[in-house]
Each structure stands twice: as C-alpha cells, then as structure tokens.
Design a protein around this ligand. Structure first.
Ligand SMILES: [Zn+2]
Length: 409
C-alpha cells in the first residue's frame, strides 16, 4: 500500500517522462516576413528570430525558455542569445504553427544584438530549449542561414508648421505639434520602413500667414475642396522653398521633407497629401499631413498609441517614393498591381506574410505580430495600417535608386 502511494507521488512530482520539443519553424523577421523568408533582411535593422514549437510529453503546463546561437557563417564562432521571455505550454494546450505566427506572445522570440544585425550573413541554430532547468530533446528545423542586404538609410527632415488659430471668441493662439509626435513618427518609420536607420532632423517653423484655419471649405460638385487645395499648395511651396535653401547650404539632396500640422482640436484636421507621386526617383517631392491624438476620432480607435501622425506620415511619404493607392476603404484605385484582397498586408495564396512590429520600449509600444487577416497596407485608407511586403519591397527599390542617383560626389 505504502509503496503504491509513494509511486504515484513520484510520478506526479517528477520530471515529465520523455518530454521533447519539435521545432516547427524558425522565422527571421524585421517588419514583414513569411516562413520561406521571401522578404529580404536588411543589414543593421532591428531583427527578431521567432521559434515555433510543438511539445510532446508535457502533461502539465510548463514554462519554456530558449537560447539560439548566431554565427556569421555555419560553424563560425557563435553569439548566444536568450529568448526575450518564456512561453507556457503543455501537450493539451498548445497553439498550432499558424496561431503562433499570428501572436508574438506564443513564440520564443530572440532579439538579435545590434552588432550581429550588421553581419552580412546570419547562421542561426536553436541551441537549447529548457523547462525549469532541464534541456528538452529537440527535433525539426533547428538551423537557418540567411543573408542580410545593404540598404540606404531613410533621410528625412520633419518640419512642424506652426500656424495662428483664431478661436471662435476671437482669441488667437499658435498651434504646433508637440515634441512627442515627432518621436512617434521617427519610431514608426524606423520600425516599419525597409531601412537600417533614419538620418533624421526636425524643427518647427512659423507657417506662411495664409496657412491658417479653416483648413476645409465647401466642396464643389465634383467633390473637390478648393479651400483645402489652396492651403495645401501654400504648405507644399513653403516646404519646397525651405528644402531648396537647405540643399543649397549642404543638406544631403536625398533628404525627403515632410510637414507636420497639429490638430489642436478635431475641427482643425488638415488632410494630408504629397505634392506629387513621382514615377522616377525624386526626393525633392514634399508632403504634408496632420497629427494629433487618435482618441479624438472614433474612426481611429484601432490606433492605440498617443499619435496618429506616424502611420499617416508613412502613407504620404510613401507617395513621395512613387507608391499609389491600391483602392480600398473608400479610395481611388491608382495602383493596378496590388496583390492582396481587401488592401491587406498578405494572404494565404501569396506566401502567408505576417507583419511584426518590433516595438519601442521608449514609447511603451510592445512587440506585436500583425496577422494579414486584420492588418492593411499603408497605402490603403483602411484601419490597422502596416507595410505589406509589396510596399516594403517597392520602397526599398526606390530608396536604392534615389541613393545612387542623388549621391553627392
Ligand atoms: Zn494617399
């Protein structure tokens, strides 16, 4: 009798018998990616390795942690990188590969150190996966070797346009974007754009006196808004003049200029636009757009952070890199070759691309996986905006062309 109880107790308390881990996939991602790694990886851009697992023999929920080895070539000396945090799984309670890819909390994630991201090649292998202090036997896809390609930085100057607002009572106040809006924009472009870094500068200037509310007026029968169009032209011209002076004074001619207009109240929303959609590389094309708190607009309730000027600017800036509208969520369709349904960032028929926002701890933005079932391309007018691999690749191509064509000797 005593022996039986002793036996039962041992089995309950002891290590799981013959527990093991099958690695279902290894995905190296920077902003958008699939399991076949069809999106090129950019040298010196923040990089996350995601490891998807299936466990066998874990009868109770267990905490799993991992470690990967990263070398500059197969067999070269490795850097060891721990998972950012643990995942909790058991045989009964484990998401499949597709679910793991769609939720950053469900995979073991490894943030590559900056010096490792600058190597021309990364050769990655799963070193161990542990439950408590026990290494679990591993099987499956344990290694991958991928090149990292050179990409130019994004060069951008963001100009806050300070304007005079005459309130209904007659009081006049100056309105300019608060500093944090610039921070959100810089961070978003660094996370979402196909660039290793951003050569950034920012300032606030007094807008041309004619650039002041109202920013919208009665529409003509064809749907145009002549009042808005006139003020847009004033802002574009001011930015173009400022840019020309800066370039004359030695600013890198590959620098894009973007005007940021604060909406001190929802009635002051200034609809953004690029001056042109250049079909040949032309960094002189300026753009302008609004920023403010997304909480002012019920239609922006998908945007959880403190600024909507970030993705809005990425849309307008992408126009200046030659990108058109795919034609979704109430917009004209000027891009006839957009590949995905409903303006989304991917679909099952085209490689099952999943977005990854690496996040930004300084702005309290967590790492997040962005499933194509929910997220839409930056060039659409839909909710939940990110870059599809289509836009990501096209912007990368244009950046490279601009980088070569406008290089100062
Ligand atoms: Zn647009």
């Amino acid at each position: 009798m005593g022996i039986l109880i002793e036996g039962k107790r041992r089995r309950l308390r002891g290590a799981p018998r013959a527990a093991s881990i099958e690695v279902l996939g290894l995905e190296v991602t920077q902003a958008i990616q699939n399991l076949a790694h069809q999106v090129p990886l950019i040298r010196s851009k923040s990089t996350v390795v995601r490891v998807y697992v299936k466990c066998t023999g874990l009868t109770a929920k267990r905490d799993l942690r991992g470690e990967i080895a990263v070398a500059s070539a197969p067999g070269a000396p490795a850097r060891y990188v721990p998972s950012t945090k643990s995942i909790i799984i058991s045989d009964k309670d484990q998401p499949d590969l597709g679910m793991q890819r769609r939720n950053a909390e469900m995979s073991l994630n490894f943030v590559l150190p900056l010096d490792v991201c600058s190597w021309p090649t990364v050769s990655i292998s799963v070193n161990h996966i542990r439950s408590a202090d026990t290494d679990l036997p591993l099987s499956g896809d344990l290694t991958t070797t991928l090149p990292l390609i050179d990409s130019p930085p994004l060069r951008i100057k963001v100009v806050g346009l300070r304007y005079l607002w005459t309130k209904p009572g007659g009081t006049q106040i100056d309105v300019s974007p608060e500093a944090f809006h610039f921070d959100f924009l810089r961070s978003f472009l660094g996370r979402a754009y196909p660039v290793p870094s951003i050569e950034w500068s920012q300032l606030v200037v007094q807008a041309n006196p004619q650039f002041a509310p109202p920013f919208s007026g009665p529409q003509t029968p064809d749907g145009d808004d002549p009042l808005w169009r006139a003020k847009l032209a004033i802002a574009h011209n001011q930015l173009a003049v400022l840019r020309a002076k800066d370039i004359e004074a030695g600013t890198d001619p590959r620098t894009h200029y973007y005007g940021l207009v604060s909406d001190a109240s929802a009635g002051l929303f200034f609809r953004g636009a690029a001056k042109d959609i250049p079909q040949v590389p032309d960094p002189s094309v300026v753009a302008v757009g609004p920023t403010g708190n997304p909480r002012q607009y019920p239609s922006l309730n998908w945007d959880k952070d403190a600024s909507y000027g970030d993705w809005y600017a990425a849309h307008e800036l992408s126009h200046t890199f030659g990108r058109f509208h795919p034609g979704f969520c109430g917009q004209d369709a000027s891009d006839g070759t957009f590949p995905y349904p409903d303006g989304r960032i991917g679909d099952l028929q085209h490689g099952d691309m999943i977005g990854l926002d690496v996040g930004d701890p300084t702005l309290n933005i967590p790492m997040a996986a962005l499933p194509h079932e929910k997220w839409h391309d930056i060039m659409s007018y839909c909710d939940d905006q990110w870059l599809s691999s289509y836009s990501y690749g096209a912007i990368l191509d244009r950046l490279k062309l601009e980088d070569a064509a406008f290089r100062v000797a």
